[in-house]
Design a protein around this ligand. Structure first.
Ligand code: GDG
Length: 493
């Protein structure tokens, strides 16, 4: 998890022979550090790869730990009991700048979130995006066998699936999950090389999104942009160039067990030291926000709603503290840098306006918290405010629920998140751009009777545990098996 948890995950290829890979190099006296995944996609993929003895291909950062890799940059992991292969693709600074900070995050990210005014067109970015997709596709093709499943993650690989499909055996299954929203057709028409991206994604046998709305928009874009494509709206399939792609909505969940466990094990001393570190009064009512510092997350709107709440409710001055953790992200991009400056200056202004001796209404930090610190805060927070302007899913809302082991926190949730589809009815819904309405929901959240808080949280916990990461992985692989069977059947008739 963290900045683009899914970006780190490039492609997964599962070997079906079940054999563990040989360690690729002797580690000798050198020690290799393995960071256990603490949540997010990595936590879900790790056991799948261990079981299937597959290969995980990811963008490398030239980390020294990889000095034990072979000439293809492959290492067997975990080093003490190898069960799968991790292959790193090294990218030059220019490639990272153009592929990652360029086309992926200056074009696709803002476009898919509907911020067409923030799309930046720079020469070479699209070309680098194609080149890097090609490099990953080549690496995948070196491993893929007739029985393999190739699983690509996210918007960084819109062109790779077709490249892979055209090279691997017919019976290889190619699937992809798109972690961010799919835009409306009106927005998508601004996408450079939009048709090529659609053709690229139709190289998949299976294409997953979080919610129905993104599936429908994707099918609509295909219908309008590719006249040669046959869209079956009932089956949610597209047949193009003789191949069929099934498009499904499978909302991603979180590793509920680990958030629940971490929250239960976070002792009062850990919480006390956190409160002390950030100078938070022990008895105060705590509101919490946890986000990457990204313009899609609606942090300035949240601050404006808190300001309005404080204007209307002097009795809460000194009694309510809003804790916002914001992890800097993509700071090479000026829009992000400016956004960070705006957030910091708004926090300062609001604290100057309302702060009194020993109390600031907003505690703001850009520290990256450990998983247990995060869970201690989730558990302690009386209300969690998740207010993105647009968000594919939003895992933080689900993590809060999974870590609310005392069962009495309140979730304030933007209607513009994918998470709202399943959690909306038991959360306090907000439109993040309606500041008065947002402030009213904050008033409601701080005064909700205990029995209602518990009733809502109980239902939320059932939903989050039922649709957790394990469920999501299983559902993905059930679909993968289904499309594999369909392909075999249609090939043999
Ligand atoms: C993309 C899509 C979709 C944040 N600060 C700390 C920390 N985090 C972790 C959270 C959470 C993750 O970062 C953020 O995940 P989100 O889902 O909220 O958002 P994106 O990063 O934008 O993720 C999104 C997701 O992909 C999955 O498909 O839900 O819509 O945009 O896990 O906990 N973790 C720790 N310390 C921090 O300070 N340990």
């Amino acid at each position: 998890a963290g900045d683009d948890q899914s970006a780190a995950t490039a492609t997964v290829e599962t070997r079906t022979d079940g054999a563990a890979p040989e360690p690729t190099a002797e580690s000798g006296d050198r020690s290799i550090t393995v960071d256990e995944p603490t949540g997010g996609l990595t936590a879900g993929l790790d056991p799948v790869l261990k079981q299937s003895a597959g290969t995980w291909i990811a963008w490398g950062d030239g980390d020294a730990d990889f000095d034990v890799a072979d000439e293809q940059n492959c290492v067997a992991v975990p080093p003490d009991d190898p069960s799968y292969t991790l292959q790193r693709i090294d990218l030059s600074d220019e490639a990272v700048d153009s592929y990652y900070y360029g086309f992926s995050n200056r074009v696709l990210w803002p476009l898919c979130h509907g911020f067409t005014d923030l799309v930046e067109h720079r020469s070479n970015d699209l070309e680098w995006y194609r080149t890097v997709n090609e490099r990953f596709a080549e690496a995948v093709c070196e491993h893929a066998t007739a029985d393999s499943v190739v699983w690509l993650q996210d918007y960084h690989f819109a062109l790779a699936s077709r490249m892979i499909r055209e090279t691997v055996p017919r019976s290889t299954t190619v699937a992809q999950f798109w972690h961010i929203p799919w835009p409306t057709a009106a927005t998508f028409q601004h996408c450079p090389a939009g048709r090529r991206l659609l053709e690229g994604l139709l190289g998949n046998d299976l294409l997953g999104f979080h919610v129905d709305r993104y599936v429908e928009r994707f099918l609509d874009c295909v219908d309008r942009s590719l006249p040669a494509a046959a869209v079956d709206w009932g089956q949610r399939t597209v047949t193009y160039d003789g191949e069929t792609t099934r498009v499904v909505a499978t909302p991603m969940g979180v590793d509920t067990e680990s958030y629940d466990r971490n929250a239960r094990s976070s002792g009062s001393s850990q919480l006390s030291s956190l409160l002390e570190r950030y100078d938070i009064e022990r008895e105060t009512v705590i509101g919490l926000g946890v986000d990457r510092l990204d313009y899609t997350k609606g942090i300035p709107e949240r601050l404006a709603a808190i300001e309005r709440f404080l204007e209307w409710n002097p009795s809460w001055h000194g009694e309510f503290t809003f804790v916002q953790t914001a992890t800097p992200s993509r700071t090479e991009i000026q829009t992000y840098e400016r956004h960070g400056e705006l957030v910091r200056s708004e926090v300062k202004r609001i604290n100057q306006r309302f702060g009194i001796q020993d109390w600031d209404p907003i505690v703001y930090t850009e520290d990256y918290l450990t998983a247990t610190e995060l869970c201690a805060l989730y558990r302690r927070a009386d209300l969690m405010v998740v207010s993105p302007l647009v968000d594919g899913m939003n895992l933080v809302a689900q993590e809060y629920v999974a870590a609310s082991v005392d069962g009495d926190g309140t979730l304030v949730l933007s209607q513009e998140t994918g998470a709202h589809e399943t959690l909306g009815s038991q959360a306090l819904t907000i439109d993040p751009t309606d500041i008065d309405g947002f402030a009213h929901q904050l008033e409601r959240a701080v005064s909700l009777p205990a029995h209602e808080r518990k009733r809502r949280m109980n239902t939320l916990r059932n939903r989050v545990f039922d649709g957790n990461l394990e469920w999501w992985m299983k559902t993905q692989f059930d679909w993968i098996r289904a499309v594999k069977t369909e392909r075999h059947r249609s090939d043999s008739t």
